[in-house]
Design a protein around this ligand. Sequence first.
Ligand code: DAH
Length: 340
Amino acid sequence: MNDTLKLLESIEKSSGSDLKKVKNLKEFEKLRTQYLGRKSKLTKILRSIQNLPQKDRPSVGKKSNEVRKALEASFLKTQGELEQIQSLNEASDIDVTIPALKKHIGHIHPNTQMIWRIQDIFQLMGFEVFEPYDIDDDYHTFTSLNLPEGHPARDIWDTFWTEEGFIPITHTSSMQNRVMKMRKPPIRAVVIGHTFRNERTDPRHEHTLFQCEGIYVDKGITLSDMIGTLKIFFSKVFEKDVKVKLDPDYFPFVEPGNGMALSCTLCDQKGCRVCKYTGWLEILGCGMIHPFVLREGGIDPDVYSGFAWGFGVDRLVMLREKIEDIRHFHSGDLRFIRQF
Ligand code: DAH
């Protein structure tokens, strides 16, 4: 009996060292037959148990079952490892030198690129960046901006209204009042976001566009601060020294109100179709913030003054990238987008 037990122990031992030497699944199958097959020593011992003297049966039976279980477990483990190695080897049969399929992985929209550029420039100049609410109320869109209900100047904006009386904002000026209430002077803020107009679209007009609004409120702010700030901004956007010019204009929330024009960035004032041979491009509305608007924002107009402006982001992109039709932006035409 002792011999059988010793044999069982040596089977277990040698199977362990043999398994370590196996290099592939073929060798492994051979070894498995050798140790666990019908003609293996172990199977023979298991079969012979019934012929043993009654007293030896339990110990030999127990030991041989233990060895069988141990062998099955270690063979299973090795099989798993070998299979993994084999599949890795098969994978390395892939020819990695074949050129990859060319896939287009997406693109930052030119409007977004411009928004980032605008934010960077104004942040460097000490302005804080805000986002507007896409849908806002009458007070913030109009009334707080010196445009009470029934004011004829409301006609300047072709406004959408929801049935509940809210407005998909016509301009990012809608944030002026909130920013003034949230901050104390000096206030330097820009608001960039989507605006919506009830427009009949054409190459220069879209129903959905981006706007950048800005305000600067402090003691002793004058129009020359505004001119300087915007001139520096536009020179940075177009990466060249641009000239700016003020014309009188009317917006209820500024007094005086102005239109600002830039020296034509396309022809450098030699005269072209885009500037209609005037050398100037109308680019934004601006002016000194109306005392009513400051007061509504909780700021004393006898102590503080400020300037404000608003321009279309899409228009800047069109000028910078020489795009002739604003409707391309929302056309979803990838041939257009991929150029930028
Ligand atoms: N909100 C105006 C618009 O949508 C643009 C504008 C003009 C903004 C003059 C201003 C401003 O802040 O002072 O047409």
